[in-house]
Design a protein around this ligand. Structure first.
Ligand SMILES: Cc1cc2nc3c(=O)[nH]c(=O)nc-3n(C[C@H](O)[C@H](O)[C@H](O)COP(=O)(O)OP(=O)(O)OC[C@H]3O[C@@H](n4cnc5c(N)ncnc54)[C@H](O)[C@@H]3O)c2cc1C
Length: 602
C-alpha cells in the first residue's frame, strides 16, 4: 500500500507538544492548567522518556545545607560554559531555580529530606560557593533517581490537568506556511502505521537529546534527535552543535551512567598507580571539577599509560570508603548498576569507568520564552511564528560549551514553564487557526512512499551504525583538525546514502523497522551539523578540545587554547546549504554585571 493525501486524517489543537519528557510535560502542565487544548506526543509512554534516567539531582541555590545564593550559581554556570553561554538566559535560569524547585516539591516530588524537613542537597561538579572557593551543596536529590521522581510527578499533574497524551506517536515533519509560520506537524501512529496531520496555533519541540549519533552513549535508544532533524529540514539552523558532553563516569564497556552524585557523595577517581590524579589537574575542586575537565584528565591519564586493567584503557572509581549504608541510602541504583553491568560490588571494590557521550549543549536556537529564533540578514534572533523549543533539543543558551551537572533538569523546569506561559498568551491573543498549506504533508508522504517502494538498498541499522562509528572516531574527547576534516567527508558520504535506505517489512501495525528508518533521517542531520560545526571551530572551548590548538606554547595569546577574539560566538549550521553562519554571545545579563571572560582553572 502507499500513503496518499486522501487517507490523512487532520485534527486540530491549540498546541501540539512533541515530546513528553521533563521539559515537554512541564510546559504541557502550564497550558492544560490554563484551559488550552493540548496534544502531547511521545514515541514511548511518557514516563519512559529519557528524563526518567536522570540520577544525580536538580540544581537550585536553596542553601539548605551550605551557604549559597543565585549569584554563585550564575557565576559557576558562566564559567562552566567557558563563556559561550548567554548571560541573560543564565541569569534568568539561576534566579528562577529556587522557585521552580519549590514548586516541584509542592507538585508532590518525593525529594530526600534533611532532619529539619528541608530538601537534601549534594555537591556536584563545578558548583561552588564564593565564586569558585569550595564545592557547595546545590543538587536537590531524590536518592540517585531524581529524574524518575520528577517525571512521575509531572506526569501525574498532567493527568490531573487533562493533557491529551498521544502515546507511541512519532512526529515526522513540521508544517510551515507561506509566511514561514509553523501551523502543525505530520505524525505517524505507530500502532496502525497511519499518517496524521495535527494542526495547531503553536508547536513546541521537546524531543530531548540526540546522544545516539554516537556508538557509546549514556542515552536511551529513542534519543535520535528527531526535533533537531525536523527543525533542520524546515530551514531552521542548529546552534553550537560541535559541543557534546562526555560524562566522566560511564561504566567501561557498557556505557551505562554512574551519576556524578557518586563523586558528590565522596567517590574518587584513581589511575593504575592508585593515585587520585584529579588533585594534579584541579587542585581546588579535584574530582568535582566540571565534566569537560575531568573527562579530559581521565583521557590524558589513559593516553600517558596510567589507565587500569589488562589493556590500560579505563579509570577506576572508588566508593567503598563511603560505607555500605551511605551507598544504599544515597546511591541505590549505582549499586545495582555495578552488579548488573560491571559485575562489581561497589561497597567493596572500585568500578571501571570511561568518559562516555552524555549530553548535547547545542540545539534549536531559542530565546528565554522558548520561541525559536533565526537569523534574517543582519537581524539576529528573529522569532519564527508558532514555533517553540525547550529541553535538551533546544539551545537558549545556558550551557554554552559545557553544561554543569544538574543544570539540565533545572533547564527543563525553568524554560518548560516560561515557554508554557508565553504560549498561553500567544494562543489567547491569536485568532482562528491559520489554514494548512496544500503541500504541507508532501515531504512526509514522499519519504514514507520512498520507503514503501524500496526493494533493495541498505538497512537503516547498518547506516545508523556507520554514522555512530564515524562520530565516535572523529568527534571524540580529544579532536584533531585532520580527523575532523576527514569526518566531514565521511558524513557527507553517509548522507548521500540515506535516501537508499530500504524497508523489507512493509507491514503497517507496529512496524519498528519503519520507525528506525525514519529516525536515520534525523541522525544524519545531527551528525552532519556536529561534524561540520566542529571542523570549523579552530580553538579549544569547553567540550570542544582540539589537539592542534591546545598548547599555549604555540598560541601564548590564548591560554588553554581558547581564542575569545575570534571564536567567542555561536555557530549556526544550515542544513539546506550545509553551511555555517555565526552570531554573537550575549555577555549582558538582565540586571547584574557581566562576568568577564578569564582563564578557566579549578
Ligand atoms: C543517564 C542520564 C542521567 C542524567 N542525569 C541527570 C541529572 O542527574 N541531572 C540533570 O540535570 N541532568 C541529567 N541528565 C540530563 C537530562 O536528564 C536530560 O537532558 C533531560 O532529561 C532531557 O529532557 P527533555 O525533556 O529535553 O527530553 P527527554 O526526557 O529525552 O524526552 C524526549 C521526549 O520526546 C519524545 N520524542 C522524541 N522524538 C519524538 C518524535 N519524533 N515524535 C514524538 N515524540 C518524540 C520522546 O518520546 C520523549 O517523550 C541525565 C541524562 C542521562 C542520559
Amino acid at each position: 500500500m502507499s500513503y496518499t493525501k486522501a487517507k490523512i486524517a487532520t485534527r486540530k489543537f491549540d498546541v501540539v507538544i512533541v515530546g513528553a519528557g521533563g521539559s515537554g510535560m512541564r510546559a504541557a502542565l502550564e497550558l492544560s492548567r490554563a484551559g488550552l487544548n493540548v496534544a502531547s506526543l511521545s514515541k514511548v509512554f511518557p514516563t519512559r522518556s529519557h528524563t526518567v534516567a536522570a540520577q544525580g539531582g536538580v540544581s537550585a541555590s536553596l542553601g539548605n545545607m551550605s551557604e549559597d545564593n543565585w549569584h554563585y550559581h550564575f557565576y559557576d554556570t558562566i564559567k562552566g560554559s567557558d563563556w559561550l553561554g548567554d548571560q541573560d538566559a543564565i541569569e534568568f535560569m539561576c534566579r528562577e531555580a529556587p522557585k521552580v524547585v519549590i514548586e516541584l516539591e509542592h507538585f508532590g516530588m518525593p525529594f530526600d529530606r534533611n532532619p529539619d524537613g528541608t530538601i537534601y542537597q549534594r555537591p556536584f561538579g563545578g558548583h561552588t560557593a564564593n565564586y569558585g572557593e569550595k564545592p557547595v551543596q546545590r543538587a536537590c536529590a531524590a536518592a540517585d533517581r531524581t529524574g524518575h521522581a520528577m517525571l512521575h510527578t509531572l506526569y501525574q499533574q498532567n493527568v490531573k490537568a487533562k493533557t491529551n497524551f498521544f502515546v507511541e506517536w512519532m512526529a515526522l515533519d513540521l508544517i510551515r506556511d507561506a509566511d514561514g509560520d509553523v501551523v502543525g506537524v505530520t505524525a505517524l501512529e505507530l500502532e496502525t502505521g497511519d499518517l496524521h496531520v495535527l494542526q495547531a496555533k503553536a508547536v513546541l519541540l521537546a524531543t530531548g537529546g540526540a546522544g545516539r549519533i554516537f556508538a557509546a552513549s549514556t542515552n536511551a535508544f529513542i534519543n535520535t534527535g528527531d526535533g533537531l532533524g525536523m527543525a533542520a529540514r524546515a530551514g531552521i539552523p542548529l546552534q553550537d552543535m560541535e559541543f557534546w558532553q562526555f560524562h566522566p563516569t560511564g561504566v567501561a564497556g557498557a556505557g551505562v551512567l554512574l551519576t556524578e552524585g557518586c563523586r558528590g557523595e565522596g567517590a574518587i577517581l584513581l589511575n593504575s598507580n592508585g593515585e587520585r590524579f584529579m588533585e594534579r589537574y584541579a587542585p581546588t575542586l579535584k574530582d568535582l571539577a566540571p565534566r569537560d575537565f575531568v573527562s579530559r584528565s581521565m583521557d590524558q591519564e589513559i593516553k600517558e599509560g596510567r589507565g587500569c586493567g589488562p589493556n590500560k584503557d579505563y579509570i577506576l572509581m572508588k566508593l567503598d570508603h563511603l560505607g555500605a549504608d551511605t551507598i544504599r541510602k544515597r546511591l541505590p541504583s549505582v549499586e545495582e548498576i555495578g552488579h548488573n553491568f560491571a559485575n562489581v560490588d561497589i561497597t567493596k571494590e572500585p568500578i571501571p569507568v570511561v568518559p562516555t557521550i552524555h549530553y548535547q549543549m547545542g540545539g534549536i536556537p531559542t530565546n528565554i520564552n522558548g520561541q525559536v529564533v533565526v537569523q534574517n540578514g543582519e537581524v539576529h534572533n528573529q522569532v519564527v511564528g508558532g514555533l517553540y523549543a525547550v529541553g535538551e533539543c533546544s539551545c537558549v543558551s545556558v550551557h554554552g560549551a559545557n553544561r554543569l551537572g544538574t543544570n539540565s533538569l533545572l533547564d527543563l523546569l525553568v524554560f518548560g514553564k516560561s515557554a508554557g506561559k508565553h504560549i498561553v498568551d500567544f494562543v489567547k491573543n491569536s485568532g482562528e487557526h491559520k489554514p494548512l498549506p496544500a503541500d504541507g504533508a508532501d515531504r512526509t508522504l514522499a519519504r514514507l512512499n520512498q520507503l514503501q517502494d524500496s526493494n533493495d538498498g541498505i538497512y537503516a541499522q547498518d547506516i545508523a551504525n556507520d554514522i555512530r562509528a564515524t562520530m565516535q572516531q572523529h568527534a571524540g574527547v580529544f579532536r584533531t583538525q585532520a580527523s575532523m576534516d576527514e569526518g566531514v567527508v565521511k558524513v557527507a558520504d553517509l548522507r548521500s546514502r540515506v535516501p537508499t535506505v530500504t524497508l523489507k517489512d512493509k507491514s503497517m501495525v507496529w512496524n519498528t523497522a519503519r520507525m528506525e528508518a525514519l529516525e536515520v533521517d534525523n541522525l544524519i542531520e545531527v551528525a552532519q551539523a556536529t561534524m561540520v560545526s566542529a571542523a570549523a571551530r579552530k580553538e579549544c572551548r569547553g567540550a570542544h578540545t582540539v589537539d592542534d590548538y591546545e598548547h599555549p606554547a604555540d598560541h601564548p595569546e590564548f591560554p588553554l587554547g581558547r581564542n575569545d577574539k575570534e571564536w567567542m560566538k555561536h555557530t549556526l549550521w544550515h542544513s539546506a546549504g550545509n553551511n555555517l553562519t555565526y552570531k554573537p554571545v550575549n555577555l549582558k545579563p538582565l540586571t547584574v554585571d557581566s562576568v568577564p571572560p578569564k582563564v578557566r582553572t579549578f
